[in-house]
Design a protein around this ligand. Structure first.
Ligand code: FES
Length: 158
């Protein structure tokens, strides 16, 4: 049985001293453990590092990597770096936004899919590339994107 989120956050913070340069590592650890950084814990995180709530909130919102809400069941990351852009990543991203009905950094209304940009997956020679729940796919056309999403929808119950 998973420990309650309160305990996970408290235990995670306890692993870090109160030095302010430990804020980012602590936020990463919390997101790794919980899946996101619960807004209800921002005050406690701020107290732990002797920072204001606004300062911690500012850090969380500055970095797109950090989430304040539970992650979608399926995270789609589309590479937006140069090699992929030259091979159609902009068209692919626009297609993904239309197909899923959400923009970059957004998620579908039912929480099933999140769409995120990523900057180089090391597959530049096989671009455009994307990941779906961390599985990597190369040479993705809009039609292949649709097939991948259909496959995820049927096999992973998203
Ligand atoms: S630029 Fe997209 S994988 Fe490298």
């Amino acid at each position: 049985m998973q420990a309650p989120i309160d305990g996970i956050v408290t235990d995670t913070l306890a692993r870090f001293g109160g030095r302010q340069d430990q804020l980012l590592p602590a936020l990463h650890a919390i997101q790794d453990s919980v899946g996101y950084i619960p807004s209800a814990h921002v005050d406690g995180i701020a107290r732990h590092f002797n920072l204001s709530r606004a300062e911690v909130h500012g850090v969380i919102t500055f970095y797109h990597y950090f989430r304040s809400e539970p992650p979608a069941r399926c995270v789609v990351q589309i590479c937006r770096a140069e090699a992929c852009q030259s091979m159609g990543a902009d068209e692919l991203a626009a297609h993904a936004e239309r197909t899923l009905g959400c923009g970059m950094h957004g998620h579908t209304a039912d929480g099933a899919f999140a769409l995120e940009p990523v900057y180089c997956l090391g597959l530049c020679a096989s671009s455009p590339a994307l990941t779906i729940n961390e599985a990597v796919f190369a040479r993705v056309t809009p039609a292949r994107f649709d097939a991948l999403i259909a496959d995820v929808t049927t096999t992973e119950a998203v």
